[in-house]
Design a protein around this ligand. Sequence first.
Ligand code: ADP
Ligand code: MG
Length: 261
Amino acid sequence: MSILVRLERVTCAYDRTPVLVGADLEVGEGEFIGIVGPSGSGKTTMLRALLGAVRPLSGTVRRRPGLTVGYVPQIETVNWTFPVTVLETVLMARTAGRHLPWPSAQERRDAGTALARLGLAGLGRRHIGELSGGQQQRVFIARALLQQPQLLLLDEPTAGVDVRTRHEVLHLLADLNAEGLAILLTTHDLNGMAAHLPKLVCLNTEITGVGPPEAVLTPEVLERTYGAPMDVIEHAGMRVVLDRPGAYGDNVVRLPQRGTA
Ligand code: ADP
Ligand code: MG
């Protein structure tokens, strides 16, 4: 397996406090990896380090020469009042930074093909802010694919989308991966997303575990990652992670009964 990107003892900080410490990671051709960890654990920072958008304080990021990387940001971080259509958003992949930003006929056709592939045919003229969260997510995936990347990085691609959209996104990514695209995503969703992926990286500033779900979705690794005890059960051949009852004292919230005085 040829290595696309490698982090070697990478430490990153925005001011003085390191938010990613001593990370070692290899992303190989055709891999499909999920990064999991609590909020603030350094997931986005790790993606940005792989992308080359943040410069490590120490350590090295090695990218295969000529590697193209597509990046799909977390949709909550996008400014939806920006007056741009779906087609224009997708075409930015090709035209950004060019002296003359007007797309060629071929580029418009490619963008149309990418939108159709993602089930967005006919939505090209819509304002991006008019779409649902799942559709917006797919617009950004279409934009990244137009760059014909060998590696696709996605930040929380299923955050804030409904169950059906989550399934659609996961199936789409699985299809792209089956065609040879290496994928690395971050997710908060252990059961709906992470447990379905072939390989996970658990993160809590430092990497706390790397391996298939069977190896890392364990009470030991989860406690190191989330700092709280969790239980793991087996259901239909899959790992299912549960908050442990009573981990924070009595966690049963008793609401007042309606209809009683
Ligand atoms: P995650 O994606 O796991 O929630 P992040 O990588 O976004 O974690 O953030 C890790 C830590 O770095 C957090 O404490 C966050 O507040 C901090 N951080 C993230 N981005 C910046 C920034 N641009 N400037 C300063 N601190 C930041
Ligand atoms: Mg994040």
